[in-house]
Design a protein around this ligand. Sequence first.
Ligand SMILES: Cc1cc2nc3c(=O)[nH]c(=O)nc-3n(C[C@H](O)[C@H](O)[C@H](O)COP(=O)(O)OP(=O)(O)OC[C@H]3O[C@@H](n4cnc5c(N)ncnc54)[C@H](O)[C@@H]3O)c2cc1C
Length: 431
Amino acid sequence: MDRRNFLVAGAVSAVAGGALADDRRRSTSTTAAVVTSSSTVKARVIVIGGGMAGTTLAKYLRLWGDAVEVTLVERMPTYTSNIMSSLVLTGQRTLSSLTYKYDALRSKYGVTTVFGEVVSVDPVNAKVTLADKTVLTADRIVMAPGITFDTVPGLGTSNKMPHAWMAGAQTTLLASQLSAMRAGGVAILTIPKTPYRCPPGPYERACLLADWLRVKKPGSKLIVLDANADIVTEKDNFTNAFLGLHGNVIEYHNNAEVLSVDPATMNLYTASGGTFHGDVVNMIPRQRAGGLIAATGLNNATEGRFAGVNVLSYASTTPGAGKVHIIGDSSATTQPKAGHIANQEAKVCADALARIFAGGSPDPAPVTNSACFSTITTTQASWLHAMFQYDPVTATMQGVPAASGASVGWNKDSFEDMNKWFGALMADTFA
Ligand SMILES: Cc1cc2nc3c(=O)[nH]c(=O)nc-3n(C[C@H](O)[C@H](O)[C@H](O)COP(=O)(O)OP(=O)(O)OC[C@H]3O[C@@H](n4cnc5c(N)ncnc54)[C@H](O)[C@@H]3O)c2cc1C
């Protein structure tokens, strides 16, 4: 099976919890390190950001590229997965169970890791500067710095309304606030305008919290303030869950963009004129590409929020920045901002770079896929999967309806499949 066909098969196997492997990975020992002697190096690549996209890129470029030296720069010594992190709020997961190390990247694949903050990127000369003034140079740079948040007017530095949308301290904080909330209290969850990280994520968190509140905090209400005109994905399942199963807990408001907040009173003020008060507020702000993208001048898409890319190689479309590739949530494509898609974009980019370094051109017809499970209760999930293929007319990745779909309803089997899918995705990325 070639790389392209594997991506197609992956849409089905991933939903069933199958492994996200690839042809070259299977033919490569998983224990022997991929060694490149400095005298044989044919190209050097710096990867910025060791999350879902950057880590996958580093690993697969070492597997697929011929003598490519890869240096991954990441600010944190370990990675904490956002995926599954809503289950930390209900006490079903711990953050440590979602923490991943970079050891395999070094020992099995020969990636060089540097832990530090990248403060500037020179896209013309492919040069990267770290906070400690270290300067790294390469033939190409791959940027995968994820997202950053818009400022919420009125919030300041208060930690009273955590987003918990980047797994870590904010997740623990929101979990403790929910745990301390009185029975019969009011929790509020806000959903930002699209595009944001993980389209079904806020809706599945709302369902999960509603189920948990019903049992742990009887008589409580969960107000969902959605800045969008309607539920943005998996509409049938979330509508049925909000109105039916969780109808006694969830109060849903569309077109309810939060314009400002007051952490002293725990009030939120919305575009529709409504004021909402919560005992606990999960304030998920509007999002844009990781700060380094705008600082480098690569935020040329989505009204300056994200980075335009050529989806055949994920090279920047900013004039003069062709040596820089942007993958994962920072890039602006027609695909959702999701960890599974970040993994797929990384593979397309790694394949393109391997071909370019070998004197060729990127695959002219890439295919990607994404599987997604949504927690509807603390024990049941729904699912959806989507396949995308390159459309040469629009130069975008377009959904393939015949190979995409969603579950009708939710069940326990899908919850178990979710755990299998997650294990396979994280192993494909970090192991
Ligand atoms: C609650 C929640 C649930 C989710 N559930 C799912 C799901 O079920 N399925 C799914 O597919 N996706 C899901 N997602 C989305 C998924 O987590 C993201 O789409 C994915 O993490 C994007 O990968 P990324 O590599 O672009 O960014 P990240 O994974 O955030 O990685 C970015 C990395 O860059 C590093 N970095 C940033 N700037 C610098 C710098 N200047 N210097 C050094 N390092 C830097 C960061 O430290 C970070 O490690 C969920 C997200 C959330 C919040």
